[in-house]
Design a binder for this molecule. Structure first.
Ligand code: SF4
Length: 348
């Protein structure tokens, strides 16, 4: 099997699902690193890693989805529920600018009293006040909820947001794109088919999106592979319009699902398999948000890019610890033989 996979990667052919499973379960770390870096080198200068400073701005924690793995949400009338004012948002954006940040990922819950029009109005104000920043303005999961609330097709939802200047609806909220997984831990969110139809509408409407995944809920390999397989097919149909794939790890604290964190080694091996299997993704990103400096080892396993986040309440509530000692994180990349290069946010 190893020789067959090596030959396939050398010929720049996609590996099969069975080969990906073999790599994850039986391939040595050295093999995973070699093949993942071989695929990465098709797209990026060897020895270089790009990064940017960003913030995940949690606009509201009010949510009615009730995902069992979530440590962040509050029901509408629950104590601690909040929706930020424009002044509070400004304070967070000003803090990001002070850190030298350039990208903001808006992320909130499924708030039953907010509408797409409310988001559009908010984003218009934010764009006007902060032309120097780039924004990921919603996740696909949130976008789907607000379209359903308004009883409008996804294409119309895209038009509403695009008219207000929205450029990106990220692939956040994907976790594991497998319907059995979704029924177990997040039955109120969406089906996989629905998720991809919404993301297709986003891309076909001229907006940008990204691919994400979260692992470590105790999901079997088959479900993880279903995620990668659907994603690779989708990327092919969409002619490579998703610029990046970011995988991070579930944090099991303060929520109903609980469990234990997966090891860094397991994360790194999955990152490598993702890089090799998702041959049609240019950027594979490693998660400083959930793995801190250990995430930089992902560069040895095929990743080429990472964020330096200054906050994200969703993962912090679940146990993530964020450091703004950026120099020490960048130094970790250098120690591994990579030159960190600051990059601009993606453009469509
Ligand atoms: S993960 Fe997102 S959608 Fe699910 S409960 Fe938490 S905030 Fe709501």
């Amino acid at each position: 099997m190893e020789a067959k996979i090596r030959a396939r990667v050398a010929a720049q052919e996609p590996i099969s699902r069975e080969e990906a499973e073999w790599l994850f379960t039986q391939g040595s770390d050295a093999l995973l690193q070699t093949l993942a870096c071989e695929v990465r080198d098709r797209y990026h200068p060897r020895g270089e890693a790009t990064y940017l400073i960003m913030s995940i701005l949690n606009f509201t924690n009010v949510c009615v989805a009730g995902c069992k793995y979530c440590s962040f949400y509050k029901y509408p009338h629950q104590s601690g529920a909040y929706t930020l004012s424009f002044e509070q948002i400004q304070a967070k954006l000003n803090a990001l600018i002070a850190y030298g940040g350039s990208l903001v990922g808006f992320n909130g819950g499924f708030h039953p009293k907010l509408t797409l029009q409310d988001y559009r109005t908010l984003f218009e104000r934010v764009h006007a006040r902060y032309p120097q920043l780039s924004f990921f303005e919603m996740t696909v999961a949130e976008f789907m909820f607000y379209c359903k609330q308004a009883k409008i097709p996804y294409a119309e939802g895209v038009e509403i947001l695009a008219a207000g200047g929205t450029q990106w609806i990220t692939g956040g909220g994907a976790e594991v794109l497998d319907d059995d997984f979704r029924r177990r831990v997040s039955p109120g969110k969406y089906t996989v088919e629905d998720y991809f139809s919404a993301q297709a509408a986003v891309l076909q409407g001229g907006l940008g999106s990204t691919a994400t995944m979260v692992i470590g809920f105790g999901e079997p390999l088959e479900e993880r592979m279903n995620h990668l397989e659907r994603l690779r097919e989708f990327q092919t149909v969409m002619e490579g319009r998703l610029p990046s794939f970011l995988c991070w790890t579930y944090k099991p604290y303060n929520n109903q699902w609980g469990g234990q964190e997966i090891s860094t080694q397991e994360y790194l091996r999955w990152l490598a398999v993702s890089r090799i299997y998702l041959h049609n993704f240019v950027h594979i990103r490693t998660s400083v948000l959930t793995k801190n400096e250990e995430a930089l080892q992902g560069l040895l396993y095929g990743a080429n890019d990472f964020d330096l986040p200054i906050e994200d309440e969703v993962t912090q509530k679940a146990g993530a610890t964020i450091s703004v000692e950026f120099e020490s994180i960048l130094q970790a990349a250098r120690m591994l033989g990579y030159t960190p290069v600051h990059r601009a946010p993606f453009t469509i």
